[in-house]
Design a protein around this ligand. Structure first.
Ligand code: ZN
Length: 266
């Protein structure tokens, strides 16, 4: 009789163990499918080659910003498309302005770029630029990234910060310094800038740059990457003079974006 009970108990324990293993396996596989759904979400990146032939950027010696930014954007797109799980668009593919070629409509042009990014459901808008010092102070050099301020949508500030940091890390591997502008806290190269008068719907100070404040209200982050200074001889000669140098910058941007999103090469 004792043996009979022992057998029953052993079978019951086995059954309970099997059932609990099945249950935990279901939980594990559910968790796996949830996390794989998260990682398989397609990311939409919109690259914005800053300026165009109508809304000119900076010009110094043989350097034309609107053209340089377009080169960098194409190389960045080409590199980023080597990764899976990402779709890349550009706000312009040619030299001319696709949003109304009138030099007096810079603001409309910027609004249209944000609206375009919104229309393709952008996760992020990354505006690619190069810098110059208005006083022609040749000591100003290196890369910085302008990110959303913490107001109204603090999550977009954190996203911009982390993505900007990831891109800056890659840009320094090309030999560029991190720019030490007065608005970059502790030489981080990551800058926020508030508008003096503009306010978000909650009354907090707007971001200074239209691309950043307009996209924040639309619900996504914009960052502005200022790669190098055309007024600094070393930056211009070593980073802003040849297609190969623009390619290096575009690859650095793409690698920084891919690392931030955890993208894998195809
Ligand atoms: Zn610019």
């Amino acid at each position: 009789m004792k043996t009979y009970f022992k057998k029953i108990i052993t079978i019951a324990i086995c059954l309970i163990t099997i059932l609990s293993l099945m249950a935990s396996n279901t939980v594990i596989s559910e968790a796996k499918s949830k996390s794989s759904k998260k990682s398989s979400k397609n990311i939409v990146v919109v690259l914005d080659p800053g300026h165009d032939t109508t809304h000119m950027g900076c010009h110094y010696e043989n350097f034309e910003e609107g053209i340089a930014n377009l080169y960098i954007a194409y190389y960045c797109k080409q590199e980023l498309e080597k990764y899976s799980g990402v779709t890349v668009y550009m706000t312009r593919y040619g030299f001319d302005c696709p949003y109304g070629a009138n030099p007096d409509t810079t603001s409309d042009c910027l609004t249209s770029r944000v609206e375009y990014a919104k229309s393709v459901k952008a996760d992020v808008l990354i505006s690619l630029h190069n810098d110059y010092d208005p006083d022609l102070d040749k000591s100003q050099n290196g890369a910085k990234v302008i990110i959303p301020n913490p107001n109204y949508r603090p999550d977009l500030c954190i996203k911009g910060h982390d993505l900007g940091q990831s891109i800056l890390t890659q840009l320094t591997t090309t030999g560029l310094a991190v720019n030490d502008w007065k608005l970059c806290p502790n030489g981080t190269g990551l800058v926020t800038r508030d508008s003096e008068g503009g306010r978000y719907p909650d009354g907090s100070a707007k971001d200074y740059y239209a691309l950043i404040n307009k996209s924040k209200v639309s619900g996504f982050a914009t960052i502005i990457v200022e790669h190098a200074f055309c007024t600094n001889d070393s930056d211009r000669i070593n980073h802003l003079s040849t297609p190969e140098q623009y390619q290096q910058l575009g690859i650095a941007d793409a690698t920084g974006i891919a690392n931030y999103y955890g993208l894998k090469l195809k």
